[in-house]
Design a protein around this ligand. Structure first.
Ligand code: SF4
Ligand SMILES: [Zn+2]
Ligand SMILES: [Zn+2]
Length: 301
C-alpha cells in the first residue's frame, strides 16, 4: 500500500487518507489546525487549558497546542486525579516531565480535595456505576480548575470515535439537548460560570492519535481504569468499531449529521442556564449534579 501523496510505503489508512510517516504527520497537524481555524476554537491571546489525562490523545493534543500556540497564547495543562489506586499515579510523573520539557504550566486537582473522598473510597461507600459519579465530578472539577487558572478555552482530546459514541449514546438515551451540545465547541449556550470547551481532534480517528503518538515518540502510559468495564460507552464503542469495518466513514457521517442537526437548532442557544444554589455553577436545576452527589457522599463519610 502506497502513500497517496508520494511513492513511499503507507503506515496508515483511514477515512482521512492513506499516508507514509511524513505525510501522515503533516496531514494530522494540518487537519487539527484546520479544525481550530474553521470553528474559531482559539484566538490569539486566549489562555488555553488542556485537559490532560496522560493518555496518547491528550499528550498528542498538548504537543500540537504547545508547538503552534505557545508563542501567542498561555497554556496550562490540567490533570484530574480521581484517586484510583495504580491508575493515575504513574501517569502524573510522565506528565510532569512532558510539561517541564515543553515549558507548559502543570496543575493537578483531586477528587479527594474536591469531595472529601477518592474514587476508590466512593465506590466502597456508594452503590451504582462508578463512571456516572466520576463523569459528573470530572466535568465540574475541570470547569472550576479552568476558572481558577483564568482559562478562556479548555481543550479536550475527544476524537472522532469518542464523539460518534457520544452521539449514539444520547440518541439511545433519547437526550436531544445533550446531543446538540456536542461538537467542536461544547454547548449551545454561554455563561460566565462555564468555561468553553473545544475539541481540536473531533475529525481525527482514535487510530490516528495512537499512530501520531507512536511516530512522535510520545510515550503515553496506558493503564486501564479498573472500573472501566461498567459503562454503556464500552458497548457502543465496540458496535461502532465493527460498523466502521463494514461501512468506512460511518463515524464521520454520524459526527457530520450531528453538526447539521446542531446548526438547525441554534435557537436553544438563547435560553438561559440556571445556577446551582450551592456552588453557583451553571446547572439544569437549582442544585447541580456534582453538589447533589457531594451532599449524598457527606452522609456516608
Ligand atoms: S472509567 Fe469510569 S471510573 Fe474510571 S476514570 Fe473513567 S469515568 Fe472514572
Ligand atoms: Zn508520502
Ligand atoms: Zn453545585
Amino acid at each position: 500500500m502506497h502513500c497517496e501523496k508520494c511513492d513511499a510505503t503507507a503506515i496508515i489508512s483511514t477515512n482521512n487518507g492513506t499516508f507514509c510517516k511524513e505525510h501522515f504527520i503533516k496531514n494530522f497537524e494540518r487537519l487539527t489546525l484546520y479544525t481550530i481555524e474553521k470553528y474559531a476554537l482559539i484566538r490569539k491571546g486566549d489562555t488555553i487549558g488542556v485537559a490532560n489525562s496522560g493518555g496518547k490523545d491528550s499528550l498528542s493534543l498538548l504537543y500540537i497546542i504547545s508547538k503552534y500556540f505557545r508563542d501567542t497564547n498561555k497554556i496550562v495543562s490540567i490533570t484530574i486525579d480521581e484517586g484510583i489506586e495504580g491508575y493515575r499515579n504513574k501517569t502524573i510523573e510522565t506528565m510532569k516531565h512532558f510539561c517541564a520539557e515543553w515549558g507548559v504550566q502543570y496543575r493537578i486537582y483531586s477528587y479527594k480535595e474536591y469531595s472529601g473522598m477518592s474514587m476508590d473510597k466512593i465506590t466502597r461507600v456508594r452503590k451504582g456505576i462508578p463512571c456516572s459519579i466520576c463523569g459528573v465530578f470530572r466535568r465540574q472539577l475541570l470547569n472550576s480548575a479552568a476558572k481558577e487558572n483564568r482559562v478562556d478555552k479548555l481543550a479536550t482530546a475527544h476524537n472522532m470515535d469518542d464523539e460518534a459514541e457520544s452521539v449514539i449514546m444520547n440518541l439511545f438515551q433519547n437526550d436531544f439537548e445533550k446531543l446538540i451540545r456536542l461538537g467542536p465547541t461544547s454547548g449551545l449556550r454561554t455563561d460566565d460560570g462555564f468555561v468553553s470547551r473545544i475539541k481540536p481532534f473531533i475529525f481525527i480517528n482514535e487510530k490516528e492519535t495512537a499512530m501520531f503518538a507512536f511516530v512522535k515518540g510520545i510515550n503515553a502510559l496506558h493503564t486501564p481504569c479498573p472500573y472501566s468495564g461498567f459503562g454503556f460507552r464500552g458497548v457502543i464503542a465496540k458496535g461502532l468499531r465493527e460498523l466502521e469495518t463494514t461501512t468506512t466513514g460511518a463515524k464521520r457521517n454520524i459526527v457530520n449529521r450531528m453538526l447539521e442537526l446542531k446548526a438547525g437548532h441554534a435557537t436553544i442557544a438563547n435560553s438561559e442556564f440556571l445556577h446551582c444554589s450551592i456552588c453557583g455553577a451553571p446547572s439544569s436545576g437549582t442544585v447541580c449534579g456534582a453538589c447533589a452527589m457531594k451532599r449524598e457522599l457527606a452522609n456516608k463519610a
